[in-house]
Design a protein around this ligand. Structure first.
Ligand SMILES: Cc1cc2nc3c(=O)[nH]c(=O)nc-3n(C[C@H](O)[C@H](O)[C@H](O)COP(=O)(O)OP(=O)(O)OC[C@H]3O[C@@H](n4cnc5c(N)ncnc54)[C@H](O)[C@@H]3O)c2cc1C
Length: 442
């Protein structure tokens, strides 16, 4: 039977913080009982993790125990007539696609990488470029199984009235270890995507284009030039897409050359970034309509393995906010102005409007409004003070930050952004914890 091993090389995607933990990686479900009992009794208790594509400390349990669920990656059943898939929580979205695309199905909701597990996707109640059509992944979960530190494994359906299902979806792994998930898939007629790109000159044009696109397209997302100022403030490129109907159902391979070393810091300075953004806006921004594989549309970053090392050894922060619809335009403009003034931010700056489909989780991130996500190379105090200034705008606008992307969110802003927090706390498993949760000090 697998036990816990001391490790100091377990990092989240943003590569901050570096910490010491005890890690176990079981391969079979029957190993879990003993591991959960053992890990949850130790100092700082226990946390399950998936592929650690969360950027900060919500997928890390520094000084405590962790169960790496990626060895529990067996499929349980797949009904090709209804599209219901049942799988262990450590199965990755990449493996699900390999099984279901040839049968004419796709993930109902997918993030910008397919290298996340089903359990991780549920515990952050992830959203995708189709939020306006599909909501979060939690809306597509019919049932999940959960082991708590009392040793009991429960099956929670979405009809559950105890609150345990709502607490576990988006529950940051704090309600127990998710072992199996029953997911409804989306029927599709092609593995290709019909994609259109359209440039916009400012935020007003973005909001008009997003509203028009959401009426007829399943997927919308925009790149925004985070260094644009004055007349170029809020310029960017909107991409809208729908599944094709050419009958081709092919699994798209990922050729992933990896970044073999930590890149030097100058790669992301103001000059190189603004030059890149100028060129990108003019070249990639030419209006275009094209067909492409689902891989190229949904997962362009997966084509470069370990791209997070491009930010160097000091790592990076991602900052993802959502602002309620009524305040979104002026507050987003203010955030972009502040980022451009500071000359920080990165090429990876994403803007998207969320729809009004309610998220099922008590701590789900999306709300009707606009989300802005940016990477910031970690330059120490100057980066942290810029993020503090952005926090003030988010708070004033009644918005919130996404814990999956976070490594420094202040507890007060977390509490202000998540009104169901008290209700959630009643469902926390006393044997579970995380570095993020202890930092929130609730
Ligand atoms: C390039 C990139 C693009 C991304 N795009 C998006 C996006 O568009 N939308 C979006 O919503 N997110 C996005 N993300 C974030 C990512 O989807 C989430 O962080 C996701 O939860 C990561 O899954 P994981 O398997 O890596 O889980 P981890 O990061 O390892 O863990 C995430 C959380 O799930 C918990 N957890 C994991 N497995 C279990 C389990 N079996 N039982 C209980 N708890 C568990 C962990 O404790 C932790 O709290 C992106 C990340 C990257 C790197």
């Amino acid at each position: 039977m697998t036990g816990f091993l001391s490790r100091s090389d377990i990092l989240p995607w943003g590569r901050i913080p570096r910490t010491h933990i005890r890690m176990a990686r079981p391969s079979f479900h029957d190993e879990l009982d003993g591991l959960v009992a053992d890990g949850s009794r130790g100092p700082n208790h226990l946390l399950a993790s998936g592929l650690r594509r969360s950027y900060g400390d919500s997928c890390i349990n520094g000084g405590g125990a962790m169960i790496d669920m990626t060895g529990l990656d067996h499929f349980v059943s797949f009904d090709r007539s209804t599209g219901l898939l049942v799988a262990e929580a450590g199965v990755s979205l990449a493996d699900i696609l390999k099984l279901v695309v040839p049968a004419g199905y796709f993930l109902p909701v997918t993030p910008g990488t397919k290298f996340v597990t089903l359990g991780g996707a549920v515990a952050n109640d992830i959203h995708g470029k189709n939020h306006h059509r599909a909501g979060t992944i939690g809306r597509w979960i019919r049932r999940l199984d959960l082991i708590r530190s009392d040793g009991v494994e429960r099956s929670l359906s979405r009809e559950d009235t105890s609150g345990a299902f709502a607490a576990t979806v988006g529950g940051l792994g704090l309600t127990g270890v998710i072992t199996r998930v029953a997911l409804e898939l989306l029927p599709v007629a092609s593995s290709n995507m019909e994609v259109q790109t359209i440039p916009f000159r400012n935020l007003s044009e973005f909001f008009a284009l997003a509203a028009e696109s959401e009426a007829t397209y399943d997927y919308t997302v925009a790149w925004v030039d985070c260094l644009g100022k004055g007349t170029t403030l809020g310029r960017g490129i909107l991409t809208r897409a729908r599944h094709g109907n050419d009958g081709q159902l092919r699994v798209a391979p990922t050729a992933a050359p990896s970044v073999p070393f930590d890149a030097p810091g100058f790669l992301f300075n103001r000059l190189s970034l603004s030059t890149f953004n100028q060129i990108f806006y003019h070249v990639a921004g030419r209006p275009r309509r094209t067909m492409m594989s689902y891989n190229r549309f949904f997962y362009p970053l997966d084509a470069i393995g370990s791209w997070n090392r491009l930010y160097g050894r000091q790592g990076f922060y991602q900052y993802q906010s959502v602002l309620p619809a009524g305040n979104a335009e002026p507050a987003t403009a203010e955030m972009l102005r502040m980022i451009a003034r500071a000359g920080q931010g990165s090429f990876l700056a994403v803007l998207k409007t969320f729809g009004d489909l309610p998220s099922p989780g008590l701590l789900s991130f999306p709300m009707k409004g606009t989300t802005l996500a940016l990477d910031f190379a970690n330059r120490g105090p100057s980066t942290l003070s810029l993020l503090d200034e952005l926090d003030a705008i988010v708070r004033e606008a009644g918005g919130r930050l996404y814990p999956a992307k976070d490594g420094r969110l202040p507890s007060a802003l977390f509490q202000a952004g998540y009104p169901a927090l008290e209700q959630f706390k009643a469902h926390i498993d006393p044997g579970m914890s995380s570095t993020f949760w202890r930092r929130m000090n609730l």
